[in-house]
Design a protein around this ligand. Structure first.
Ligand code: NDP
Length: 301
């Protein structure tokens, strides 16, 4: 859909609040059908292992959500919890076992990790074929050349939302705010591969507002609540608000959601927006890892 198609006769725009949960559920139903067929053929279901170090309540709650999502589509999921004091050496040992376990298709080490453990070392220790959070340097390298099977979940979720909303990426100017390894960088690469012209912004970018005003597609991934004002948004833009911050007990995005109404063509809300898509793409990656591994090893799973 083009920007103009969203302009009503009066000149104002009917902003579509994207229901990420609905899109996620459709994709999950499709995966559930696929897994049902595999199991009916006598194969084992795909299996995800989530490793948690420590007892952070937020991490626990994310893990519960991921496990529920796995169970609902017929995927096996297992949680391994170790104390906050676990050494890097011991965690690497756990990862080695999981790498060698043929019954495990995906390994996710929940971040953040305690300070004695270097997340980069952990990422390097993962078998790239099971790296469903797409953290291994090989995975990042393959993404650059457009050859990655496993792609960071949130960026993949953003691309799926754009696709399901029918937003044209070819020739569009996409502005990404945030350059983290898990969101900003990979989403900018995916947008470029979808033939958008991409500007990647960060905390040192000069005159961010005027760059954002040029964006047909605006992806905000900073964790700075309501940083993007209404007058930073180009009329008719697709606004993908990835940021989530808790403010006074409420989840708030990087974009001033109210101010974006009547300006953006599409906006993802901070609840039921990109979040459910991230989990869905973790399921997708686990299914892809399972399929690839069965093909390579020739095992019937
Ligand atoms: P990081 O903290 O790793 O990165 C934040 C990025 O934002 C950095 O590149 C930083 O720039 C940039 N930034 C910070 N302040 C500004 C500013 N004032 N102007 C421009 N750029 C700025 O965060 P993540 O990428 O991990 O996550 C970003 C947000 O997305 C968080 O709110 C996180 O909770 C959320 N998130 C949501 C997910 C979901 O499923 N909905 C999944 C993953 C993340 P610099 O590099 O210069 O420091």
């Amino acid at each position: 859909m083009t920007n103009d198609e969203h302009n009503s006769a009066s000149g104002s725009i009917n902003t579509v609040v994207v229901n990420g949960l609905e899109i996620a559920n459709t994709l999950r139903d499709e995966m559930a059908e696929e897994i049902k067929t595999l199991v009916a053929d006598g194969r084992r279901p795909p299996s995800l292992v989530v490793v948690l170090i420590g007892d952070d309540p937020a991490s626990r709650s994310y893990i519960k959500g991921k496990q529920r999502a796995c169970t609902r589509i017929g995927m096996d999921s297992r949680e391994l919890v170790f104390p906050e004091t676990t050494s890097e050496f011991d965690l690497l040992d756990v990862i080695k076992d999981l790498n060698e376990d043929d019954g495990v298709d995906g390994i996710l080490v929940q971040l953040p990790l305690p300070k004695q453990i270097d997340p980069y070392v952990v990422a390097e220790a993962l078998d790239p074929a099971k790296d469903v959070d797409a953290l291994h340097p090989n995975t990042a390298g393959k993404l650059l050349s457009g050859r990655a099977d496993l792609i960071s979940c949130t960026p993949l979720g953003v691309m799926a939302v754009l696709d399901r909303c029918g937003v044209e990426t070819e020739g569009a100017h996409a502005v990404v705010i945030g350059r983290s390894d898990i969101v900003g960088k990979p989403v900018s690469i995916l947008l470029q591969q979808a033939n958008a012209t991409v500007t990647l912004c960060h905390s040192r970018t000069r005159d961010l507002a005027s760059i954002c005003r040029q964006a047909d597609i605006l992806v905000a991934a900073t964790g700075r609540p309501r940083m993007v004002k209404g007058d930073w948004i180009k009329p008719g833009a697709a606004v993908m608000d990835v940021g989530v911050t808790e403010v006074d007990g409420k989840l708030v995005g990087d974009v001033d959601f109210e101010a974006a109404q009547g300006i953006a063509a599409y906006i993802t809300p901070s609840r039921r927006g990109i979040g459910p898509m991230t989990i869905t793409m973790l399921l997708r990656n686990t299914l892809v890892a399972y399929t690839k591994r069965s093909k390579h090893s020739g095992h019937s799973a």
